[in-house]
Design a protein around this ligand. Structure first.
Ligand code: ATP
Ligand code: MN
Length: 463
């Protein structure tokens, strides 16, 4: 038996007159009574391989059943192609039909379906060129992320997905419970009695692995998490999912500047990795989805990110010749329109904003001496807005405790977090990169629902 080869490999081979076996899904079939050309794709690459079938040597019914979307196995000789558009093709000797695809009802018959249509057919959209490219790039980025950190001596730490603290503060949470919702155990005051629940307490899906990540960093030195996070925020935007993946490095002995250096180096590495390893898919997306994609990726790799404070950004925005939908003012959080103005129009390159007002940032960020701002940093990208959010963490036990009581955060949930500040605390920093926001940037796609295989958004959990 001949071993199956993937199309990605076959297309690089010099024909030596030997038989090969290829398996995949039919993209198109054309030809006439005597000769049939099949474009076959197996997902290993955006490129198809051409199968040439001499009709007289094959069963007529079999050839009729080979339609767009059907799955076949082909044995044949790899030969130099006579036609244009490919260097090699396969002269079919035998064809086995694994799965028919009814021509009347196969949803992906014609090209040029809308993204909305394909989202409703998320079970099949992997078979299109666009989604094949997106999900191969997504894979490459996941691999590159592990490679980057592994090469730097960071340890991959698995932080919990079910969390017992609701103090993470990054967003609304999804409850996790095995209680019978139709018959909830109640305390005397009428509230739900979680003592009877699976964990004996109220639990939720995590919004971030950071707090546990810090515990790892304060022993292992440098760690990162890379896992799913969940936010029950009802924000129906092209940049928010209810379930998304986040990469959260956390480093002992890094100050805010080291943190910014790492964030910039990290995303540049990932872009370079994609340019070096995903050239075919990027070229396709550049021609079909976004004509400026490659130029933008190269630009970001080759230029320093601008680094300014939040206060400087507010000055720029206040003086901008622009009417804002959301008001600008010191103390207010920036909206996507503000972030994108800074990046796309004012500086025309990625921007790292630091030193935000402490009132709009989380309790764990290190307080500056001015008493007003914290050592926060957000990395803002063209077309995306915020792609990374991070900070130097407050390492002082007293200051952290002060902030926790000012904000009325329930202490009992965080005793373990505070103990790291009591026993051998250290300056440390970290950030969170939204994986899907990265993939948006990397592919030129414009809706975050189209860069995760099965998006979870308000009122949608199909597939
Ligand atoms: P935003 O202001 O854009 O809603 P955030 O400030 O709430 O984001 P963080 O809590 O700082 O986000 O999370 C870190 C990173 O995770 C963000 O920089 C972003 O890349 C990503 N992220 C946050 N929320 C979402 C979401 N709902 N869907 C996808 N990615 C997200
Ligand atoms: Mn943020």
């Amino acid at each position: 038996m001949i071993e199956r080869k993937k199309i990605r490999e076959l297309l690089t081979l010099q024909p030596v007159g030997e038989d090969v076996v290829v398996k995949g899904w039919v993209r198109t079939k054309r030809g006439n009574k005597s000769i049939v050309f099949i474009a076959l794709n197996d997902g290993s690459t955006i490129n198809n391989i051409q199968i040439v079938v001499q009709a007289e040597s094959f069963d007529e019914d079999l050839l009729k059943d080979i339609t767009t979307g059907s799955c076949i196995s082909v044995t044949g000789k790899l030969v130099n192609s006579q036609g244009q558009g490919q260097s090699v093709e396969i002269d079919a000797r035998s064809v086995e039909l694994y799965g028919k695809s009814d021509a009347e009802t196969y949803p992906l018959q014609k090209k040029g379906h809308s993204m909305e249509f394909l989202r409703e057919h998320a079970h099949l959209r992997f078979r299109t060129n666009t989604f094949g490219a997106v999900f191969r790039i997504r894979h490459s980025m996941a691999f590159a992320i592990h490679k980057y950190f592994n090469d730097k001596g960071f340890f991959y730490l698995h932080t919990p997905i079910i969390t017992g603290s609701d103090a993470e503060g990054a967003g609304e949470m999804f409850h996790v419970t095995t209680l019978d919702l139709k018959n909830l155990p109640r305390k005397e005051d009428g509230s739900v009695n979680y003592a009877d629940d699976f964990f004996g307490k109220e639990t939720n899906l995590t919004v971030s692995g950071q707090l546990e990540g810090e515990l790892g960093a304060l022993a292992l030195g440098e760690i990162y998490t890379f896992g799913p996070t969940f936010r029950a925020e009802n924000s129906n935007t092209p940049r928010h999912l209810a379930e998304f993946w986040m990469i959260e490095p956390e480093m002992a002995f890094y100050d805010i500047n080291d943190n910014m250096d790492l964030a910039e180096d990290f995303v540049k590495y990932l872009i370079r990795y994609a340019l070096d390893n995903c050239a075919d898919d990027l070229a396709f997306l550049n021609s079909m989805i976004d004509k400026n994609l490659l130029e933008r990726l190269r630009f970001v790799v080759n230029n320093d990110f601008v680094r300014i404070t939040y206060t400087e950004a507010i000055d720029i925005l206040t003086n901008a010749p622009r009417a804002w939908e959301y008001p600008v003012g010191w103390g207010r959080d920036l909206q996507a329109e503000h972030e994108r103005y800074l990046v796309e129009e004012h500086f025309k390159r990625p921007v790292i904003l630091t030193d935000y007002p402490r009132e709009i940032k989380a309790f764990y960020m290190k307080q500056n001496d001015d008493g007003k701002t914290v050592k926060a940093m957000d990395v803002l990208f063209p077309g995306i807005g915020e792609i990374i959010g991070g900070s130097q963490r407050e390492e002082s036990y007293e200051k952290l405790l002060g902030r926790i009581s000012e904000l009325n955060i329930p202490m009992k949930d965080l005793w373990w977090y505070l103990e790291t500040r009591k026993f051998g605390t250290a300056p440390h920093s970290g950030f969170g990169l939204g994986f899907e926001r990265l993939i948006l940037f990397m592919t030129g796609m414009t809706n975050i629902r189209d860069v995760i295989p099965f998006p979870r958004t308000p009122r949608n959990a199909e597939f």
